[in-house]
Design a protein around this ligand. Structure first.
Ligand code: NAD
Length: 489
């Protein structure tokens, strides 16, 4: 048996004991996970510093703070999420008990990416634990140091049989994919997303695919360009551009391009000083393969700001590219690095056309003070998430489903959405073994009269709220009548 097979078999066996289903057990595991993030911040931050040159504050802000929030939300809400959910009835089922009962799926495989290695690996795990599943956790091998820390720390805090960590690269992941799971939760690029889905199809395993793509950003000329550029600069260069929802490119009218460039430059200086290379808040490209990939994208475009780089340090300065053509190399794939191309459009209509000609993005950004512009952009395009006048922040809200559409992914998570995504929402109907009368219309012989009754009972919509109110009113009337009668006699 391979190491991967063993881990999956152990998780399956542990799931079959039934302990992951117990609400107290789930809450205890989540509390232990919470403890990991309060006790091991330094080890977590040291590893991420080596992988991506993130500062300790940056790691907390962009990785662990959100996780801590999601864990405490799950602890607080778990009983409510896991409870049977009552549903509306029709006339035929008025006397039945009908509800949705969320139940665990079984063993979930979580495959993480490297750019926010804790956030994208542990956040699905929180959902898996809360929903009562076992989960095999496969962190990305690309963030070498973090993968090791995760492999060492997780078993110290949470049930290592139920939630084993498997490390390794492509061969190990592919060996995992040959095993049978009840759900696969993958975060990474779309090309590998297709491999995951193909492997899952062999067992009809459902998948959540959290993918990427090119997220457009339209700047309307009617807006506070200075403020817009400040927010875009933050969204773009955080984690050195290696953010799945980073604004990939800017669309704007040629008349404002120079102003946009000047404002982005101003914000780069404000956030990362004159020399971002020595700024503790400016990250590095994850490895030389990605460094080369990104630098190749610059070769046929004009640099308006930045462009400095150092391969030995995986450093690429925050860079702005001007007058970029749609055919340019930088426009062919998701950039996933600190390059910000600016493309000209003649206005809103043209921007919408440009966006709709391409794959549906994970995020779409519009900056404008005109509500009509914002609404039109929202209504005439499609994307995983839509933000007006800001970047990235929708990721931090547990009340919004986070996920892509089309090429940017399928399924969603965060907060209760994670719980539902990794649960089976089981339909339950409990009828009493009496009151057979109304059922006769469904039994043969089928006649026109029975069909007429069935039409009435199935299609007739009744306002049960109104019926309840009438019943309460009738009861009150009876009580009043009794009281009056007693009083009078
Ligand atoms: P990556 O290289 O770390 O790959 C992700 C995972 O896939 C790893 O665990 C790796 O082992 C596995 N993998 C890689 N190749 C494989 C193969 N051939 N067969 C089986 N498994 C394989 O990460 P990446 O893909 O470079 O991540 C960056 C991408 O992820 C970007 O496109 C980004 O937009 C996207 N992303 C999306 C989200 C989101 O929430 N939607 C979050 C982060 C990153």
């Amino acid at each position: 048996m391979s190491q991967e097979q063993q881990a999956v078999a152990r998780a399956r066996k542990a799931f079959e004991t039934g302990r992951s289903k117990c609400l107290e057990h789930r809450i205890r595991q989540l509390q232990n996970l919470q403890l990991l993030f309060t006790e091991r911040q330094t080890e977590i931050a040291d590893a991420i510093k080596k992988d991506l040159n993130k500062s300790e504050q940056g790691t907390q802000l962009y990785e662990t703070l959100g996780l801590e929030g999601e864990i405490s939300l799950a602890i607080r809400k778990l009983k409510e999420w896991a409870a049977p959910r009552s549903v509306e009835k029709n006339l035929l089922t008025l006397s039945d008990t009908i509800y949705i009962k969320p139940e665990p799926l079984g063993v979930v495989l979580i495959i993480g990416a490297w750019n926010y290695p804790w956030a994208v690996t542990i956040q699905p795990l929180i959902g898996a634990i809360a929903a009562g599943n076992a989960a095999v956790v496969k962190p990305s091998e690309v963030c070498v140091h973090t993968a090791k820390v995760m492999e060492r720390l997780l078993p110290l805090y949470i049930d290592k049989e139920l939630y084993p960590v498997v490390t390794g690269g492509v061969p190990e992941t592919q060996e995992l994919l040959r095993q049978r799971f009840d759900h696969i939760f993958y975060t990474g690029n779309s090309t590998v997303g297709k491999i995951i889905m193909e492997a899952a199809a062999k067992n009809l395993t459902p998948v959540t695919l959290e993918l990427g793509g090119k997220s457009p950003c339209y700047i309307d000329k009617n807006c506070d360009i200075s403020l817009a550029c400040r927010r875009i600069t933050w969204g773009k260069y955080t984690n050195c551009g290696q953010t799945c929802i980073a604004p990939d490119y800017i669309l704007c009218e040629p008349s404002i391009q120079d102003r946009v460039i000047a404002e982005v430059k101003k914000s780069i200086k404000e956030f990362y000083t004159d020399n971002p290379k020595t700024c503790p808040d400016y990250g590095r490209i994850i490895n030389q393969r990605h460094f080369k990939r990104i630098m190749e994208m610059v070769t046929d475009s004009t640099i308006a700001a930045g462009g400095e780089n150092d391969e030995s340090d995986c450093y690429i300065a925050p860079t702005v590219l001007r007058d970029v053509k749609p055919e340019a190399k930088v426009m062919q794939d998701e950039i996933f690095g600190p390059l910000l191309p600016i493309l000209s459009v003649s206005g809103l209509e043209d921007a919408i056309k440009f966006i709709n000609k391409r794959e549906k993005p994970l995020a779409l950004y519009v900056f404008s003070t005109d509500k009509k512009v914002i609404d039109k952009m929202r209504d005439e395009t499609s994307s995983g998430g839509f933000l007006a006048n800001d970047c990235l922040v929708h990721f931090s809200l547990s009340s919004l489903p986070f996920g892509g559409v089309g090429n940017s992914g399928m399924g969603c998570y965060h907060g209760k959405f994670s719980f539902d995504q990794l649960s089976h929402l089981r339909s339950c109907l409990v009828k009493q073994l009496k009151m057979e009368g109304p059922n006769s219309m469904r039994y043969p012989p089928h006649t026109a009269k029975k069909l007429g009754w069935a039409r009435f009972f199935i299609l007739k919509t009744v306002d049960l709220g109104w019926i309840k109110k009438m019943m309460v009113f009738a009861m009150l009337a009876v009580v009043a009548a009794v009281v009056i009668q007693n009083y009078v006699s």
